[in-house]
Design a binder for this molecule. Sequence first.
Ligand SMILES: *Cc1c(COP(=O)(O)O)cnc(C)c1O
Length: 395
Amino acid sequence: MKRDALALEESLGALDRGLLKRRRATLATLSAAGEWPSVTVDGRRAVDFCSNDYLALARHPDIASAMAAAAVRHGAGSGASHLVAGHGIEHARLEEELALFTGRARALLFSTGYMANLAVVGALAGGGEQVLLDRLCHASLIDAALLCRARFKRFAHADAAAAERALARGDGTAALIATDGVFSMDGDLAPLAELARLSRAHDCWLVVDDAHGLGVLGPTGRGSLEECGLDEKAVPVLVGTLGKAFGTFGAFVAGAADVIELLLQKARPYAYTTALPQPIAAATRQALRIAAREPWRRERVLSLARRFSQAAQQLGVPLMASTTPIQPVLLGSTARVLRAQEELLNAGFWVVAIRPPTVASGSSRLRVTLSAGHTEDQVDGLVEALGRIVAQLPP
Ligand SMILES: *Cc1c(COP(=O)(O)O)cnc(C)c1O
């Protein structure tokens, strides 16, 4: 872009004309954090139905207390990267607990899931090798492949046979196949067992980013892999994030000891950034404990998702096929989705419009997410409002 005011104005104006301009709403908790999911959105009262706080842990008082106590003890900042002086006792313990939780030899903490994905793809496929990605995988996996100059191909969404054809069209080899476990904007699951078979048959890494499955899916909340009955042999590299079901912040990669050692030695997004603050690690440890001892949270969010999905379908709300707490309402155009967002807010519900480039053109949607913190009445109220609003939208 040219350095002049006109070029900037033109670029921003184009977003505006396409109804693609983003606007941040400022959310405030009511008198106490514990009142979430009731919030104010730019001063208007509403129930939050678009956070990723599936287990309702982000505002849990015991987690906040663990964070506060660790801040008093260790300070707010870690002061350096993990490889210098920033790796503290809370990080070390959290890594051990995450390895145990995922049933893998080792886990390595990252500041964000975005960085964890950059690290994994860069370390395992950084030599210009071939990388295969699901067409709808998270933007951070795409950016990871771009950044490390991998030759990457995207295969049709959730289609292992398409992945196999993509492999065959190349020289039959790839360094890595990567996919979300649960797709973040769609809520459906990847065909993990088939991708596991394919990756083993072709000797390539399979990386599963389970940002939205961990803590929620599987008989004990171990995520998409547990849901599909897959172990470390089937899926050697697991990426998890801590800012969603676990309610805090940060991310990790779990896998065999040598895989983790390679990341620690070589991944630039690991080495060249300040370690995440220890209070966040301490808070996450507390969140893991609460999630383990309160399985009702997982059961509840899934049962609310079923309640929402059944009732919304009965009212003719255009839901996408999903059995997870991510329940998108497919509305198509940016105009329709923005109108629905506004009317829902008028009715007291905050569900943000998801538009291109986050999703494909013509597939704008309201990404409804359920949480263990919602009440049945709130869910029923949302369904009723959606039914009424969607029925009155212009075509
Ligand atoms: C949110 C998300 C990420 C990024 O994680 P952050 O910790 O928020 O950076 C990565 N992958 C998927 C699938 C996600 O949904």
